[in-house]
Design a protein around this ligand. Structure first.
Ligand code: ATP
Ligand code: MN
Ligand code: MN
Length: 305
């Protein structure tokens, strides 16, 4: 696919009123992708990405010297960001109030990039009611030695399990090694119930096929297995945003795909920034995502006990 045009990125930043410093700094050395190219990527895909990222508390991975250098996760505003990186106060477990970032538009994506954000990680809830998640994620983490065929098969098993509970899901290749199986929800149940449901599902799959799946964090127990990481579904935990670049070798993107398409995909990192930008011009692989209305009910929780 065609390379991204850095000039388009510089123009978009200017139009948004954001001063893009060091636009020619290379942020993906392997691909020669510059900071301005990265802004151009967001211009190309923002219409697709914004519905998933807007109005959610964020955790940012910042890499001030590009992807191969020092990176750090940042949740709270320590200054220096343009005003289109907004913030809200959230009450923490200990009762204290902390500020979290959120964005609502392309200017937010550009403002983050100006501050060297290379990955956007999302809460499962939106800012209007942070206690009620509107999606759940089963993050499939393969042990070393397992291949993408194992991950693919696991995603299908999880999909089928959730269909049995009346939940439709959408697959995201993470840009790393795994697939995230995502079910959009109506924001009705609160975090503790949602987490209990996800834990119950992961445990059920591991109980059914203990040689294949594991549902506990313990590294020792994961040997040769697929860890079903249900812990993305806790208040305050995050997962990579659909369409977010990853700060990894090859400039990969976390890309929404269709279930049919999964059959033809050979790696979770197979879409580069340029590929994803081209893909955003194609039909939306998750076109029914926002019209899927479903929830986790008390009846479902009872049945899992
Ligand atoms: P892969 O497919 O390679 O596993 P992934 O995005 O699923 O890619 P994980 O290592 O499984 O990566 O991590 C899951 C999520 O946990 C991350 O996407 C991120 O949101 C969160 N996370 C991991 N480490 C941190 C951290 N240090 N601070 C904040 N969040 C983190
Ligand atoms: Mn993962
Ligand atoms: Mn994980």
């Amino acid at each position: 696919s065609a390379p991204l045009s850095g000039q388009a990125g510089i123009d978009a930043a200017e139009a948004a009123g954001i001063k893009l410093t060091s636009p020619d700094r290379v942020v993906y050395p392997g691909q020669g992708v510059t900071k301005a190219d990265l802004v151009a990527y967001y211009v190309a895909i923002s219409e697709r990405m914004l519905p998933y990222i807007e109005n959610r508390p964020l955790s940012l991975l910042r890499c001030p010297q590009g992807r191969a250098k020092y990176c750090f996760f940042q949740k709270h505003d320590t200054g220096g960001f343009h005003e289109s990186m907004k913030s809200l106060m959230i009450t923490e477990k200990d009762g204290s109030q902390e500020d979290y970032f959120y964005i609502t538009d392309l200017a937010g994506l550009i403002a983050g990039t100006q501050m060297n954000v290379m990955e956007w990680h999302l809460w499962g809830s939106r800012i209007k009611d942070v206690e009620k998640p509107e999606r759940i994620i089963f993050d499939i983490d393969p042990d070393e030695g397992l291949g993408f065929a194992d991950v693919r098969a696991a995603a299908i098993t999880i999909r089928e399990e959730l269909q049995g509970w009346g939940l439709e899901t959408y697959p995201l290749i993470s840009g790393g090694k795994g697939v995230h199986v995502i079910a959009p929800l109506r924001a009705s149940a609160e975090w503790p119930d949602v987490k209990a449901f996800c834990k119950g599902i992961a445990q059920r799959l591991a109980d059914n096929e203990p040689d294949r799946f594991v549902a506990t964090m313990s590294k020792a127990k994961r040997k040769g297995k697929l860890f079903i990481d249900y812990l993305r579904n806790e208040r305050g935990s995050t997962a990579i945003a659909p369409w977010s670049p990853r700060s990894r070798e090859g400039a990969p993107v976390a890309v929404p795909i269709t279930w049919d398409e999964l059959e033809t995909i050979n790696a979770a990192n197979q879409f580069s920034l340029a590929d994803a930008a081209a893909r955003a011009q194609q039909p939306d692989p998750w076109k029914d995502y926002f019209s899927t209305t479903q929830s986790i009910t008390t009846a479902m929780l009872k049945k899992l006990e």
